[in-house]
Design a binder for this molecule. Structure first.
Ligand code: BGC
Ligand code: MG
Length: 545
């Protein structure tokens, strides 16, 4: 960009998410690593992505596969070392790709030296760096808070003879953000990576940083409101209204400190992951308001089982435009925590590929930025992992009603002719299913009507249309199974239409301006006078004026 820094690069960016254990193994241990990622960056650049989000690769005992950090300033040896990180990011930048890393600030691993110190006595220098509390007189935990991964949200520590809080595993103790020194330590971590050249952060569980200092009990939720995104029925965590174990108002002041730290750097961005079924929209609005909090938040609206019908998508978009018009959201259909959308929405059969193409284009046409999860560009279905091979502690706890997250974390499939589809020469940490090998990159690359080539073609088309990247969104309409809306930027308006039905649909474009059908979208749409013909499971883009 001729040396001009685009501070706003993240607005409308396409971010490709890598789960590093499963992208590419370079050293034959069956686990993906940073050198492996480096060798695959050309592929990501060839998709047309703007940035890469890499799930955690910091030093970790891997109880939650890296979301349990024991040293924020080092790379886990299984993934490489800092030199491997530096050369990976250098290669990414040479290709024009930004690097977003995943900061897990809410909790550490119990192997972190801070926890060792904090748990050693009640009066050490880090005694209140974690959330410690005495037992109730009857010995039970201080309140009713639960862990998402099962059981109480408190574990007993026999050295301090106190309980410590954890929202996830007992080996993921929750930090006490009420202590300004904890905040300072985390800002130093952010600065460490920004100085190393990262372009931004995905902030894990951003609404979990603070819990109520009075340790009040969470109230119960009536059964009809237990509408959590993941494992809704089987997990008692979803029986509570999480008023006190997360979502605390004090978080805003910390987010402002974090933003100020990021603003010391020319163009860093942050996308916060809000995990909350009740207050998600309110938090998103609060966390992204103005210019002094987070840039974007990540939502679960399309990571849930509910089908993205025309009516449902319109409802979500309308709600955002009404309730958070000034916010910038990051949309996703799949990630490392949920069932892959091809399976979740019943679109895993080859006959559903047109529908997956249309949905991919819809995802990249909404107002916001986008995360694509490794393998979704191949249409990978959820892998079926038998109990004996399960790795995810969440799945092990709630099997068989909830099978956990291994099914979306299996290795990326590169080359159908190679062992383990080219992921590794060794037995991979999770198996490569046969149903995936047949969808490997070598099978789809260069095949004009493949899903992979659709992602490439559509991202290229989108790059040529600033209205689809940065534009406002208005005039959302549902006509039977057709969803339409308009995107406008710098005087250009694009009318977008998505046909969720299996029949072509004709619709009159609701405008008296001159119309032009945009080519190179990958869809066979037609414009007959003022009537748009949108193909079955297809989309159409028309400029107005
Ligand atoms: C991550 C999960 C992780 C959890 C605890 C999240 O929401 O995406 O993979 O298990 O936070 O860190
Ligand atoms: Mg390896």
């Amino acid at each position: 960009m001729n040396g001009v820094i685009d501070k706003d690069w993240w607005r409308g960016a396409v971010v490709y998410q890598i789960y590093p254990r499963s992208y590419q193994d370079s050293n034959g241990d069956g686990i993906g690593d940073l050198d492996g990622i480096r060798t695959r960056l050309d592929y990501i650049a060839s998709l047309g992505a703007d940035a890469v989000w890499i799930s955690p690769f910091f030093k970790s005992p891997m109880k939650d596969f890296g979301y349990d950090v024991s040293d924020y300033r080092d790379i886990d040896p299984m993934f490489g070392d800092l030199a491997a990180f530096d050369s990976m990011i250098e290669h990414a930048h040479a290709l024009g790709l930004k690097i977003i890393i995943d900061l897990v600030l809410s909790h550490t691993s119990d192997q972190h030296s801070w926890f060792a110190e904090s748990s050693s006595s009640r009066d050490n220098d880090r005694a209140d760096w974690y959330v410690w509390a005495d037992a109730k007189p009857d010995g039970s935990p201080p309140n009713n808070w639960l862990s998402i991964f099962g059981g109480p949200g408190w574990s007993w520590h026999s050295t301090r003879c106190q309980y410590y809080q954890h929202n996830f595993l007992s080996s993921q103790p929750d930090l006490n953000f009420h202590n300004p020194l904890v905040q300072d330590a985390m800002l130093d971590v952010a600065r460490f990576w920004l100085e190393r050249g990262v372009d931004g952060f995905r902030l894990d569980t951003i609404n979990f940083y603070f819990s109520d200092q009075q340790l009040r009990d969470n109230p119960a939720l009536p059964p009809e409101q237990r509408n959590a995104d993941i494992a809704p029925a089987v997990n008692p965590y979803n029986h509570q209204n999480h008023l006190y174990d997360k979502n605390q108002p004090e978080n805003i002041a910390f987010l402002k400190r974090l933003r100020a730290c990021m603003d010391e750097f020319p163009a860093a961005t942050a996308v916060g992951e809000i995990g909350d079924a009740q207050y998600g929209m309110d938090l998103l609005r609060e966390y992204t308001a103005g210019e002094d909090r987070m840039h974007m938040c990540y939502t679960f609206d399309f990571l849930c089982p509910e089908q993205p019908t025309a009516t449902r998508v319109a409802k979500v978009l309308e709600q955002f435009e009404a309730d958070a018009p000034d916010s910038w959201v990051c949309w996703a259909f799949s990630n490392h925590d949920v069932v892959r959308h091809a399976s979740r929405w019943g679109l895993a059969a080859p006959s559903a590929i047109p529908h997956l193409k249309m949905l991919a284009s819809l995802l990249m046409s909404m107002r916001g930025s986008v995360c694509l999860y490794q393998g979704e560009e191949l249409g990978l279905p959820e892998a079926d992992i038998p109990f004996e091979k399960l790795q995810d502690p969440y799945g092990i706890a709630f099997w068989p009603k909830f099978k956990g997250r291994d099914g979306c974390r299996t290795p990326m499939v590169w080359d159908s002719t190679k062992l383990n589809a080219g992921f590794s020469d060794a037995t991979p940490w999770l198996p490569v299913p046969d149903t995936h090998t047949t969808l490997a990159v070598d099978k789809l690359e260069g095949v004009s009507d493949s899903l992979l080539e659709h992602y490439r073609r559509f991202i290229e088309f989108r790059r040529s249309q600033p209205a689809l990247i940065k534009g406002t969104l208005e005039r959302i309409q549902v006509i039977d199974k057709l969803l339409t809306f308009q995107r406008t930027h710098n005087g250009t308006t694009i009318y977008c239409a998505f046909n969720m039905s299996e029949q072509p649909v004709r619709c009159d474009v609701d405008s008296d301006q001159p119309l032009a059908l945009l080519p190179n979208t990958g869809f066979d749409a037609a414009l007959e006078e003022r009537t748009l013909v949108v193909p079955a499971s297809g989309a159409a883009y028309v400029t107005l004026g």
